[in-house]
Design a protein. Structure first.
Length: 278
């Protein structure tokens, strides 16, 4: 049985999947090097407007078994990632436990999300500590975790409408409620007493933009501070991790002294892949 890298790459018609083929290519190269099998999941099982992909990916074991893919451990990885060619084999570092990486990015966002969803959905569950809160875009699990994944599935099936309604209509302490699935999974881990094995941050380097690892130059103009990309595209982050997660990258609005391309997720994923892999 091989270890499997499972990457949801569903085209929702919003151009988000456009750069993701670079992610798939990088993970295929990593799998070939480490004798793993890549499974790219492209067909949703349910209507994504009411049941998002972040919910549906919790059916990973069902999808693999339906497609007769045998496996030992499975990495469920977001499609907005690029893996470094020198990334070690993290499957050897899991102790066969549920494995994740702490979301060491915007703590304000994390705490606001935990406070809100704890209030609305998990009032009787211990709130995760901020240093325990993990990003669900990099999760390693195995067959002994199938009952826990079934519990997550049941939670979504029972609460999908309520989750959607809360996200769409409610505020918490006057502010919008961030995230849904990721924070709920963190609470469910607490609720079901799942032991989590944490890997170092370099195995899921999130919030690259917020860490100031992209070239980004603030310029003061008459209406206040205005941010724009600089013309110097040094990939500062390529020596800061093994798995680069291109989440929370804004579309840059060019300033008066910048006339280059809009440097969104597509731009940085393509550039990173080509620089790392040629």
């Amino acid at each position: 049985m091989k270890n499997v890298v499972f990457i949801p790459n569903v085209d929702l018609g919003d151009n988000r999947a456009t750069p993701y083929h670079y992610s798939v290519k990088s993970w295929q190269k990593w799998c070939d090097k480490n004798d793993c099998e890549l499974v790219e999941w492209t067909e949703p099982m349910m209507d994504t407007t009411t049941f998002p992909i972040i919910y549906q990916r919790e059916w990973v074991f069902d999808i693999l078994e339906h497609n007769e893919v045998d496996y030992d451990q499975v990495l469920i990885i977001d499609a907005d990632t690029i893996v470094h060619p020198d990334c070690p084999n993290f499957f050897e570092r899991t102790n066969h436990e549920y494995t994740a990486v702490v979301s060491n990015g915007c703590y304000e966002w994390v705490m606001r999300s935990m406070n809100a969803w704890g209030h609305f959905m998990f009032p009787d569950v211990e709130k995760p500590k901020v240093w325990e809160y993990f990003n669900t875009g990099f999760i390693i699990a195995n067959k002994k975790h199938k009952p826990f994944f079934k519990a997550i599935q049941d939670f979504y099936l029972e609460n999908a409408e309520r989750l959607y309604r809360i996200r769409a209509t409610e505020k918490y302490e006057g502010m919008a409620i961030p995230s849904t699935g990721q924070t709920c999974v963190n609470f469910l881990v607490k609720q079901h007493n799942i032991k989590v094995n944490y890997l170092p941050e370099r195995f899921n380097l999130v919030d690259i933009f917020r860490k100031s690892l992209l070239q980004y130059s603030p310029t003061y103009i008459s209406c206040g501070w205005h941010n724009s990309w600089t013309s110097d595209d040094v990939l500062l982050f390529k020596d800061a991790g093994y798995v680069f997660h291109f989440s929370s990258i804004p579309d840059a609005i060019p300033s008066n002294d910048y006339s280059g391309p809009i440097k969104d997720v597509s731009y940085w994923m393509e550039k990173t892949y080509k620089e790392l892999y040629g």
